[in-house]
Design a protein around this ligand. Structure first.
Ligand SMILES: [Zn+2]
Length: 225
């Protein structure tokens, strides 16, 4: 504030004044498989880019199994694949060293990042003023939080449950990701096993269920034929 401005506004802004809250934010959007997270991630990138901002798009274990964010409805964009040993702060600093602006990060499949990487995202927000928009599952096939999702719940400025509803076979809102192996719901195994929600996609796949049918292990009537 210049001396002139302080002369014009001798009163300090009250707590809660918007001027005190400006700055980058960490927002976490979560929901079950198929709820449109990657579609929203791509839309978010588009909206910000259109305003002249520059961002990076990151993902891990995208359904395309390549360095892309691809949405079920067909949108797709190349992305940076996050590996366990990638320091996300270094990633951004390298861009800056190359003279590239980074105003925001789109982090798809953030549930599969490490907890340390979530802390790195918080550093980018708080220290470097980079906005971070993270998208991912909250819970795994056992209905327990992914460690990275837990950290996002603990630290994010805003947490949003996505409103695009995925329905269980019974018509209730789908909430949990059931892992199906050999036609049966399973609650044991590795936390991360990549599979699609298409039943014919190998032996292991996923089915979004309401809590009632997840707990009962009831996958609904079998398709005929
Ligand atoms: Zn159900």
């Amino acid at each position: 504030m210049t001396p002139d401005e302080s002369a014009l506004s001798p009163v300090y802004p009250a707590a809660g004044d918007r001027r005190l809250r400006d700055g980058a934010q960490l927002k976490f959007f979560y929901g079950p498989m198929d709820c449109g997270k990657s579609t929203l991630a791509l839309q978010m990138d588009y909206n910000h880019a259109r305003q002249g901002r520059r961002g990076l798009v990151l993902t891990r274990y995208d359904r395309s199994m390549g360095a892309r964010v691809s949405s079920r409805i067909g949108l797709s964009r190349e992305a940076i694949e996050v590996t366990d040993d990638l320091d996300l702060r270094d990633l951004v600093r390298e861009q800056w060293r190359d003279g590239q602006r980074v105003d925001y990060l789109i982090c798809d499949e953030a549930c599969f990042y490490t907890v340390a990487q979530i802390e790195q995202l918080v550093d980018l927000v708080d220290v470097h003023d980079v906005d971070v928009y993270a998208f991912g599952l909250a819970t795994d096939f056992r209905s327990e939080l992914f460690p990275a999702a837990r950290r996002l719940f603990e630290l994010a400025d805003e947490v949003t449950r996505l409103q695009v509803e995925v329905l269980c076979w019974c018509g209730r809102e789908g909430q949990l990701n059931g892992r199906i192996v050999g036609g049966q719901l399973t609650r044991e195994g590795e936390q991360v096993v990549i599979g699609d929600t298409a039943p014919d996609d190998g032996d292991t796949h996923y089915q979004v269920l309401c809590r009632r049918h997840y707990r009962a292990g009831d996958l609904g009537p079998r398709p005929v034929g």
